[in-house]
Design a protein around this ligand. Structure first.
Ligand code: ADP
Length: 201
């Protein structure tokens, strides 16, 4: 029997992590695409060895970990290098996500991915759930959470799929403009529906 998978997404500061944690409290296992993307290039990984062989040892920090800002700089200015990196990373990330989702033991599992649509990860899931807020609120909440400038947050928001496109692609939407305390009820009602769908899958 193949597992029923929900893909949870939303722009920066929308409330994905907050929502994901409520599902986790309900006993649903989470697979986080961002965490996996970091793990496949951690020190000693096959991914990092391949990157070092391609870009040279100067791509490493003193402690032998990947110098991400340097790599970002290179791929920003050189599209062929970006393509090489994407061709290496995407299949590795995808196969690790697949493996972990399949080994989940909860009635269904959730893939948490900020770039679910951008990176085509929606193809790995049965149903997509979007946490939606306005760009103004994304900015306000992210500034409270992180010590970053509004300029940096605006750049991240602009680099992500526009809100209207996300809304048109998602199967289910959680409106998170209201109070944080309103989320739990919304998540429980979706959860009950997902349990039914997973049972019939
Ligand atoms: P994401 O994972 O999508 O970046 P988070 O779940 O970390 O977003 O939420 C961003 C910030 O906003 C966090 O500090 C979180 O506690 C807060 N937050 C989430 N939902 C609400 C809400 N409805 N009202 C106020 N703050 C919220």
């Amino acid at each position: 029997m193949s597992k029923f998978i929900v893909g949870l997404t939303g722009g920066i500061g929308s409330g994905k992590t907050t929502v994901a944690n409520i599902f986790a409290e309900l006993g649903i296992q989470l697979v986080d695409a961002d965490i996996i993307a970091r793990e496949v290039v951690e020190v000693g990984s096959e991914g990092l060895n391949k990157i070092t062989a391609h870009f040279g040892k100067s791509i490493l920090n003193k402690d032998q970990s990947l110098n991400r800002s340097k790599l970002r700089e290179i791929i920003f200015s050189q599209p062929d290098k970006r393509e090489w990196l994407n061709n290496l990373m995407h299949p590795m990330i995808r196969s690790e996500i697949h493996k972990r989702l399949n080994s989940a033991t909860s009635p269904y599992a959730i893939l948490v991915a900020p770039l679910l649509f951008e990176n085509g990860l929606d193809r790995l899931v049965n149903l997509t759930l979007l946490v939606d807020i306005s760009p103004e609120q994304q900015l306000d909440r992210t500034i409270i959470r992180d010590e970053v400038s509004s300029e940096q947050i605006k750049n991240i928001i602009d680099s992500q799929v526009p809100r209207a496109e996300r809304l048109s692609k998602a199967d289910d939407v959680i409106d998170n403009h209201g109070k944080i305390s309103a989320l739990k009820g919304k998540v429980i009602s979706l959860h009950n529906n997902y349990l039914k769908l997973a049972n019939n899958a």
